[in-house]
Design a protein around this ligand. Structure first.
Ligand code: AMP
Ligand code: ZN
Length: 116
């Protein structure tokens, strides 16, 4: 998937500010942060979205969520954070490589969604 921007970050062919990495996942700062803490956690394996994740992807999905508190705390949001997973057209997903957004403080991130 060399045309996938996040696969290229995994491969190291485009730069990112990495904040965590292991054999299965990579976390890096969002290039256009919406809050003081804004980290993306991705599987190193290309998975397009939650809509296309397979049953065998369940462990890496759990691993990504289980890392969220550690990443948020280390990056400066120790009193909580929000996880967002935009999915597909209705979810306004812009990058078609599954990622969780970890957004955080120090101040509260605000209401969940603006009501229609
Ligand atoms: P989404 O709308 O959930 O697909 O969000 C995609 C996110 O990826 C946005 O918040 C972008 O700012 C971020 N993004 C896009 N390109 C890069 C990049 N090269 N490095 C870091 N973050 C990026
Ligand atoms: Zn990819």
């Amino acid at each position: 998937m060399s045309d996938c921007i996040f696969c290229r970050i995994v491969a190291g062919t485009i730069p990112a500010k990495k904040v965590y990495e292991d054999g299965d996942v990579l976390a890096f700062n969002d290039i256009n942060p919406a809050r003081p803490v804004h980290v993306l956690v991705i599987p190193k394996k290309h998975i397009t979205s939650l809509a296309t994740a397979a049953p065998e992807d369940t462990p890496v999905l759990g691993h990504m969520l289980a890392l969220a508190n550690r990443v948020a705390t280390e990056q400066g949001s120790p009193d909580g954070f929000r996880v967002i997973i935009n999915t597909g057209r209705v979810g306004n997903q812009e990058v078609p490589h599954l990622h969780i957004h970890i957004v955080g403080g120090p101040d509260p991130v605000g209401p969940m969604l603006k009501r229609l």
